[in-house]
Design a protein around this ligand. Structure first.
Ligand code: COI
Length: 353
């Protein structure tokens, strides 16, 4: 791919790495590419980070044809590492297909991610627990107010140096089990990473935050009974000697971190079951001590221990609100592979250039 580069006239001051938070700072440049039915993907550019001129009738603003991804680049001294970018590429292909949007091929996606990360490599932070969050996104730009697949799109990648997603860092979070709103149903867009799924989740998030909870745990949209995901992360539960997570049947996001954790846990000899888990059973296991640990997995959240579950007024504390042994071990293994400080027997980590 030929990428035209326009350098920013003035570069920004880099933020303090000890206080990055999540998603507050953006680098000097972004990757932009256009699509039309006639020309396919064209006009690949690295340009100064800034506003995108848009027609008010751009179809994304009306019918939400928008998909996005999240992955990270890590610094190991002078080396910049990216974790499993081809998995994110494949997921964006599936998301775009579901929303009838133009496909960004795996090759294009990975090449564009590598190009912009390489160009902005001075922005990859080095402080412990920090990384450069990569946010590729795609949206309909055709001007029109009729509902049909748009004939024009943009694919953009922006970059943000980040610390922990939750203010709790790697300490346990409190989760509210949502029984009023639903996130997704099989046949809908739950498996796709599209902005619409997140828009639909905000009311529940606001409700949970008002009650002092960090996030919500979603139940399946039909029976309102089976545990699905947390929205910003997939959820895993250590029940006796079994680790349980929701199956990928169409309503749950196929997380890259979820997949990586499943592979690591299997290799460690654990029994990991992708199966339905009844919320009443889960609350009972939490009460009688059979639920040993619970944690979320996600690119932004990494591995995030769950210390409390609240469901219909029944509040249960998990593992004395402490980060469990397995949760810690998994966090160390995964982040070790991602930062290049542990061996990567899976070939997951890609060195930029
Ligand atoms: C991620 O983990 O990368 C996500 O996209 C979750 C969230 C920031 C919306």
């Amino acid at each position: 791919m030929d990428i035209k580069i326009t350098r920013a006239k003035q570069l920004k001051n880099k933020p303090d790495e000890s206080n990055l938070g999540f998603g507050h700072y953006f680098t000097d440049h972004m990757f932009v590419m256009d699509y039309t039915v006639e020309q396919g993907w064209h006009n690949a550019q690295i340009v100064p980070y800034g506003p995108i001129p848009m027609d008010p009738a751009s179809m994304v603003l009306h019918y939400a044809q928008e998909t996005f991804e999240g992955l990270k680049a890590y610094r190991n001294h002078d080396q910049i590492l990216i974790f499993r970018p081809e998995m994110n590429a494949k997921r964006m292909i599936a998301s775009n297909e579901r929303l009838c949007m133009a496909e960004v091929s795996e090759e294009l996606f990975v090449e564009a991610v590598e190009a912009i990360v390489d160009y902005e490599k001075d922005w990859v932070p080095s402080a412990e627990g920090t990384s450069l969050y990569i946010r590729p996104f795609c949206f309909a730009t055709e001007a029109g107010v009729g509902v049909h697949p748009a004939r024009a799109y943009k694919f953009i990648i922006i970059l943000s140096p980040v610390g922990a997603y939750y203010p709790e860092g790697v300490n346990p979070v409190k989760i509210f089990v949502e029984d009023e709103y639903v996130r997704a149903v099989v046949g809908g867009t739950g498996f796709a990473k599209c902005g619409g799924n997140y828009a639909a989740s905000i009311a529940a998030q606001v409700k949970a935050e008002k009650m002092g909870y960090t996030q919500v745990l979603w139940l399946d949209g039909v029976h309102r009974k089976y545990v699905e995901e947390v929205g910003t992360m997939n959820a895993m539960f250590v029940i006796d000697d079994e680790i349980v997570t929701a199956p990928l049947e169409g309503s749950v996001l196929p997380g890259v971190t979820r997949d990586s954790c499943i592979q690591i846990l299997k290799d460690w000899g654990y029994t990991i079951s992708e199966r339905h888990l009844d919320i009443d059973d889960l609350m009972e296991y939490a009460k009688n001590g059979r639920l040993k640990e619970a944690f979320g997995t996600g690119t932004a959240a990494v591995i995030s221990p769950i210390g409390e579950l609240s469901y219909k007024g029944n509040v249960q504390i998990i593992n004395d609100f402490k980060t469990g042994e397995l949760t810690c071990k998994l966090y160390d293994e995964l982040t070790g592979i991602q930062w290049g400080t542990k061996a990567d027997p899976y070939g997951w980590v890609k060195t930029v250039k």
